[in-house]
Write a protein that binds this ligand. Structure first.
Ligand code: CTP
Length: 420
């Protein structure tokens, strides 16, 4: 009993969301019943919470419940009872620090992705410059539908909305799968992280390299590697979602709202990275750069010869990371990657020192099903200050979020000690 009170006191005293205005948007799904808990936890974390309910949300939960919990009027209608326009909603939208839509139904995602504002909530989202987070909740089959997947991609990659993924489990209709809204604790933690630590990334120029370089042998052949570019793209997306100015230098073509410089060879990657490096606050070098290239590239397709063997003479490529580690300024952070098949820790820590990096992310490429080509990886993160973190198998997207937190903490530390 004593312990419970102590925990409560600690929680009350810790107000990470103090002075933050949060719009809690609720759309019409069964998970709307959790909105009261969410509103309560946000308020107890110090936030000034304003609930905005769609017409369908009111079928699941009452505006009065939310009004009582948030201690603010709940908002539902775009127009007043007499049909008059109510611009105070726009004021609220403008002053919000963050909009969280939980639950976000498939219908809500479609409206947000296409800019439809036929309700107060979607109108407020469009009228606001606040960060937007969405916690989808729906039947797992709906969640997998290509239109929902497509809309989520647009919201994440074009509009920088942060998606708090649904959990796996049994949903209200009895089906199993991924579609259950994330827990209230997960949503509050994501909001706190976004509002407290993400600010440090805002406006920073982050350059990320992705994919494997291809070194031509002749017009049709090249030496390549198995890198898919997924880690780099996840990293660029995560930094962009946090408000960073991102440049992605990639061997893999992607359509994004931030600049993507498409390259093929190590030389092209070097030229692109060196061209942007001076203006960068951080470089995250996830690309698998070929260490060697054919000494000469045949202008014509190499023909089969009488001989059974053919000799390909290779020469060393520039080590981009090594070159930039030498000219790095004090305000710049460089993160390198190390793909190792043996002695992971010692090889990664040697690369960290040799290339003058701030952080190195090492992974063991001999572990099956993760790493190259996979959506998941397991990594060890070593920092120049001697700290070490082990991230067990998780989606590359989650690793990217972790690296963004690390970058944000390094930027925040630099701001505290500008003389560095
Ligand atoms: N890297 C680079 N230029 C190269 C080779 C690698 O910038 N020519 C970068 C990679 O993008 C990665 C880091 O250096 O961030 C480590 O790459 P890795 O291939 O693991 O190590 P190497 O330094 O190439 O050493 P080795 O292949 O001998 O392990």
């Amino acid at each position: 009993m004593k312990r419970a009170r102590k925990r409560e006191e600690t929680f009350e005293k810790f107000n990470p969301l103090e002075n933050k205005t949060i719009l809690l948007g609720i759309s019409g799904g069964i998970a709307a019943y959790k909105a009261c808990d969410l509103a309560s936890m946000l308020r107890r974390s110090g936030a000034d919470v304003h609930a905005v309910l769609t017409k369908n949300a009111k079928e699941f939960i009452t505006p009065l419940s939310l009004q009582t919990i948030t201690r603010n009027p709940s908002h539902c209608e775009q127009y007043g009872a007499n049909g008059e326009w109510r611009p105070e909603h726009i004021d609220l939208a403008k002053r919000a620090d963050l909009i969280i839509i939980a639950p976000a139904t498939a219908d809500m995602l479609a409206k947000l992705a296409t800019g439809i504002c036929d309700e107060l909530l979607t109108t407020m989202v469009l009228a606001s410059k606040a960060k937007v987070m969405i916690a989808p909740a729906m039947n797992p089959t709906m969640m997998e539908h290509p239109s929902v997947v497509h809309n989520l991609e647009i919201l994440q990659n074009r509009y920088r909305y942060e998606v708090i993924p649904p959990e796996f489990g049994e949903v209200a209709c009895g089906d199993w799968g991924s579609g259950k809204m994330a827990s209230v604790e997960t949503i509050v933690a994501a909001i706190a992280s976004r509002l407290v630590s993400h600010g440090a990334m805002s406006g920073k120029h982050i350059m990320v390299t992705a994919g494997g370089t291809r070194e031509p042998i002749d017009p049709v052949r090249f030496i390549g590697n198995r890198s898919s570019g997924k880690m780099g793209i996840a990293m660029a997306d995560a930094a962009f979602a946090r408000g960073a100015d991102v440049t992605l230098v990639s061997t893999v073509e992607v359509d994004r709202a931030y600049p993507v410089i498409l390259v093929e060879t190590a030389f092209e990657m070097q030229e692109a990275v060196e061209g942007e490096f001076d203006s960068c606050d951080a470089l995250v070098m996830t690309a698998a750069v070929a260490d060697f290239r054919p000494l000469s590239v045949s202008t014509n397709k190499i023909k089969k010869t009488e001989s059974e063997d053919i000799n390909l003479e290779l020469t060393k490529n520039p080590d981009i990371l090594d070159l930039l580690g030498r000219v790095k300024k004090k305000h710049q952070v460089i993160i390198g990657f190390a793909a190792e098949s043996e002695e992971l820790l010692s090889n990664a820590s040697q690369k960290l020192k040799r290339k003058n990096l701030d952080v190195i992310v090492g992974n063991d490429i001999t572990v099956p099903d993760i790493g190259f080509g996979s959506d998941d990886n397991a990594v060890v993160i070593l920092s120049e200050d001697g700290t070490r973190e082990n991230l067990t198998r998780m989606p590359k997207r989650a690793i990217a979020e972790h690296l963004c937190d690390l970058l944000a903490s390094k930027f925040a530390a630099m701001e505290k000690t500008p003389a560095r």
